[in-house]
Design a protein around this ligand. Sequence first.
Ligand code: F6P
Length: 395
Amino acid sequence: MSKRIGVLTGGGDTPALNATLKGIALQCEEFGFELIGLMQGWAGVLKRGAYCHLVPEMIDENRGGTILQSSRTNLRASGQIGEAVENLKKLDIDALIPIGGDDTLSVGSELSNDFATTFVTKTIDNDVGGNAPEGNSVDYTRLVNYFCPGFPSAANLIAKYVNDIRTTAYSHNRIIFVEAMGRYAGWLTLASAYGHPDLILVPEIKYEPDNLAACIEKEYSRVGNLVVVVSEGITGEDGKLLTESEELDSFGHARPGGCSELIAQDMQERLPSISSSNFRHQVLAYMQRCGSPIPVDRDTAIRAGRLAVQAIKDDKVNYVATVMRTENGIETQLLHLEKVLARGDDGHIIRRSLDLRFYDAENFQISEAGIDYFRPIFGDLPESFYYPDLSIQYI
Ligand code: F6P
């Protein structure tokens, strides 16, 4: 039976969103389904919302961002779930595929009580899903949603910029604090390990300035320049973000950002033996989520999109097309929404934080288990580049 399927993209953009859309469009075409693209996330299902007819030829899976545009629209908070369901029915849509992170899914899961909905995840924060059971060793096949489409490409970008900035750090003996996105989850920050930073500070561990200053002093005297990656989500002793925006988005989140400047200043004050002009900071911001997807991300996102359409054909609603690591490599699998989203006692969605087995907190570095985690995305950790020993002499 032919169906009319709606699709939307919500939250921050990623390089793999168009790839997911391409997979959805291709599968719809193969099944003879019609595809309606709702513009600008959940805003597209409201009064005056905009939509278009989507066919595969319109979508370039190698181009980042989202052809449907996006927004952070919280229909739950505004009490507009009912209006959205009405409008979807008005458009004769049989089933909806929201592509999004935890916020988009939290709206979708409520809407799914009254409307057939199947999800595909996306987020550069990699915080939708579940970690492998606790224990000394990590069973990678038990990570629910091994990675969120969009994350591998962002991980690749942060590793590239961190690697690149070394040439400037070296040339000027700088200590550069590079700020990574990812909100409260350290996945993206940890991925910078593939660009060989000297120190990595993830948000799951509170800021300890004394410890950090001692480490910087030691490493700087040894190396002569440093690249320190800090997550935008770093919190202080009180558990509050070091820096955040005053205004909240429609999901009630303050925007993190700016802590690299604060940490650079703090370290400069604590380390007067190092020239103050050597402390710099660099906020990577959207440079981490723009541009084209890397092949593993693109291809997985296409498959996830196809799987969501297959689920709808099989009348499986409230499922998520997830990404899993199996004996055969990275595969897509359908899982029920409640198996993907962890919820707190009051029903709110708990984001997946970085599995701290992947982080060596003592040395501010990625652990062996962390390298194993990234292996399906990047392969082995590459050799880092060193300038040759110049055997410098003094006059
Ligand atoms: O949720 C994805 C994300 O990129 C976060 O890592 C970051 O804090 C936030 O979005 C930035 O959002 P905005 O698009 O509002 O600047």
